[in-house]
Design a protein around this ligand. Structure first.
Ligand SMILES: Cc1cc2nc3c(=O)[nH]c(=O)nc-3n(C[C@H](O)[C@H](O)[C@H](O)COP(=O)(O)O)c2cc1C
Length: 325
């Protein structure tokens, strides 16, 4: 049975990738993930603000991961976990020396500027690919959608022009014209598109009058939004496609593949159950394929994509009407 896939131009034995986050923080765990069969590892992001030295927002990179594997439900910000640019490069070098699987560095930023040149340093430090997370908070009333997209495309073009390694772009789900933008990124040279960013949860503490941020772990209910996004792009862009968000089981991987994904990234599932969960998911994929007489994921890939479905409205709003009848 062939689970092989090609993602970012690299042939991988199967599509199970460790997604960006704290799982790549410690060398011991990185080795455990490789031993458990991870096909690729994405490191946590280095943030534009860290490179430019601006006051840093307590975003995703600052969670404590002390609760990993202890059925942790969410992660609270812990500013001590932040890695500065120099430490990030050093960590990348050490991870590369510790494992043989491809290691992907992650850069998170939104504005055009000098931080982008850092991508080249990540390449020199040994990254096999770069995941570019262009995060836009969408609360700026002076920026229209066209300008937001124009800037993002500019960042991708600039990064691509300075690197030899492949570049994947991680997208947010909240885009006005998602498929059009994805096509633009494809044209700008993105080698991969990663769907979709999961936002941290904002709540209000009404007693302390504070904004409280947390990052609850996902479950499979977050997958359908990604299936729909990938299904809309599969076969229509040159870039390879990855799903991040809600991949927890073998069945999730099968669905992702049918939608058209070349790779599936796991974070919450591995934080909850530990690296050994990669083996479980892989076994589930193999069992399902054997039971349903599939011999390779390549032949399954995209068979439920928009392009291949006889009814192009299958993923669209028309379906709500049908469901409500
Ligand atoms: C604790 C934690 C830290 C994360 N840190 C990053 C990060 O540094 N950069 C990034 O692009 N995504 C980060 N993410 C998002 C994950 O890469 C992933 O996109 C998201 O969790 C959805 O996948 P999942 O359902 O498998 O958890 C983080 C997620 C978690 C739970």
């Amino acid at each position: 049975m062939d689970l092989g896939t090609t993602y970012l131009g690299m042939r991988l034995p199967h599509p199970l990738i460790v997604g960006a986050g704290p799982l790549g923080d410690e060398l011991d765990r990185v080795r455990q993930l490789e031993d458990a069969g991870a096909a690729m590892l994405v490191l946590r992001s280095l943030y534009e603000e860290e490179i430019t030295g601006e006051q840093i927002d307590t975003f995703l990179h600052t969670e404590s991961h002390n609760e990993s594997f202890a059925e942790a439900g969410s992660f609270a910000p812990d500013p001590l976990a932040a890695l500065g640019p120099e430490e990030y490069l050093e960590h990348l070098r050490r991870v590369k020396a510790a494992v043989r699987i491809p290691v992907v560095a992650s850069l998170n930023g939104v504005s055009p500027g000098g931080w982008i040149s850092y991508a080249r340093l990540l390449e020199v430090a040994g990254a096999d690919a770069l995941e570019l997370h262009i995060y836009h908070a969408a609360s700026d009333m002076t920026l229209d959608a066209a300008e937001v997209e124009r800037r993002a495309l500019g960042i991708v073009r600039e990064v691509k022009s300075s690197l030899r390694i492949p570049v994947a772009v991680k997208l947010a789900p909240l885009l006005t014209a998602f498929a059009h933008f994805a096509k633009g990124l494809d044209g700008a040279g993105a080698d991969g598109l990663v769907l979709f960013t999961r936002f941290h949860r904002i709540d209000i503490d009404v007693e302390e009058l504070e904004v409280v941020r947390s990052l609850p772990l996902s479950d499979s209910s977050e997958l359908p939004l990604r299936l729909r996004g990938v299904a809309a792009l599969a076969g229509r862009v040159r870039a390879s496609l990855a799903i991040t968000g809600g991949v927890h089981s073998g069945l999730d991987v099968i669905k992702a593949t049918m939608s058209g994904a070349h790779a599936t990234q796991l974070v919450s599932a591995l934080l909850r159950h530990g690296p050994g969960h990669l083996r479980t998911v892989r076994r589930e994929v193999e069992t399902w394929m054997a039971e349903h007489e599939w011999s390779s994921l390549d032949e399954m890939r995209g068979n439920m994509s928009l392009e291949r479905l006889p009814d192009p409205a299958a993923y669209e709003r028309a379906n709500f009407r049908m469901a409500l009848r």
